[in-house]
Design a protein around this ligand. Sequence first.
Ligand SMILES: NC(=O)c1ccc[n+]([C@@H]2O[C@H](COP(=O)([O-])OP(=O)(O)OC[C@H]3O[C@@H](n4cnc5c(N)ncnc54)[C@H](OP(=O)(O)O)[C@@H]3O)[C@@H](O)[C@H]2O)c1
Length: 331
Amino acid sequence: MTGSPTTSPWQFLASHLFLKLPYPNKEFTGQTIIVTGSNIGMGLEAARHFTRLNASKVILAVRSCSKGLAAKQSIEASTKRLNVVEVWGLDLTSYDSVKAFAARVNGLERLDVVIENAAVFKFEREVQEGNEVSMTVNVISTFLLALLVVPKLRETGVKFNTLPVLTFTGSFTHADARFPERKAEKIFEELNRDDATLKQRYEVSKLIQLFCTRELANRLDKSGKSGRIVISTLNPGFVATAIMREAKWPFTWSLAIMKLLLARTPEEGGRTLVNAAYGGEETHGQYLDDCKLGTVSTFVTSEEGVETQERLWAELSEILEKTQPGIMGNI
Ligand SMILES: NC(=O)c1ccc[n+]([C@@H]2O[C@H](COP(=O)([O-])OP(=O)(O)OC[C@H]3O[C@@H](n4cnc5c(N)ncnc54)[C@H](OP(=O)(O)O)[C@@H]3O)[C@@H](O)[C@H]2O)c1
């Protein structure tokens, strides 16, 4: 394990069995909000909250437009708000799709909140855009999109004198990642070897995402460009969703029992996304847990963790520059 868990087993149990996460009630009047992976699960429930809370435009960024339209209808039926929700195609297994989506984002009048929520939990190796797919979706495309929307978020902050938010749905499981690949000279290449194990790959992808989010926050702070953005990672806890849809028996049995005993509902999980979207200076660069400031694993802040973070960022920057030359200049 790369570091201690973020909470003790007792705290985890108490949080999931007894804690009532705050029901969101502060409005997002006038705001434009993007939620990726919002046709289902927590993303859908967060989008429903944003629509109920008076956002002007809620963009469901989804890979299947038919599923997105069903989600839009469900939100409209429950909130009775029409002409707010839009369905935009975004497939994080394709860099071209991410770029096309970002080009559309640039045409928006304003962009107040982006929640990078979409992710995959893979049990079998699949390659997309030259990398193992959980790295492509959960890390590379996620940051490709992040860097492409930074200018629009900044512009919005300056134009409306606000503090836009770019937040990432992370996971407490980042602390479970063993991540021996960090010792390799090229970490992304090591993770992409044909014979690399996928065991803990999801956890590793969430750890790398957390590192890169922290580094992005640092770099934006130092960039000196006008228009400040709040960057954060949120941990929704353990939520009964379809994220492990590819899990196989007998794991599916233990998962079903765990869900029955402990899991939050997708609506409760969605509250953690909305909470992160409220932002505020105090959440910048932070890991949000149970809708408040949380603690990352000890590895993340250790000397080795800091060095790993810098190496990961350098490698990711190289990949992103190859994908979209000049992109790092957006910082
Ligand atoms: N559930 C938990 O206990 C838990 C705990 C910690 C963190 N999380 C995180 O919470 C976030 C939301 O997951 P969830 O639990 O709500 O699971 P979910 O219901 O399965 O949602 C995942 C979303 O990601 C989308 N997605 C997957 N691959 C994509 C791609 N290539 N391009 C665009 N979208 C894609 C899915 O779309 P399709 O429906 O089309 O596949 C779906 O909308 C994820 O980041 C997950 O890692 C979950």
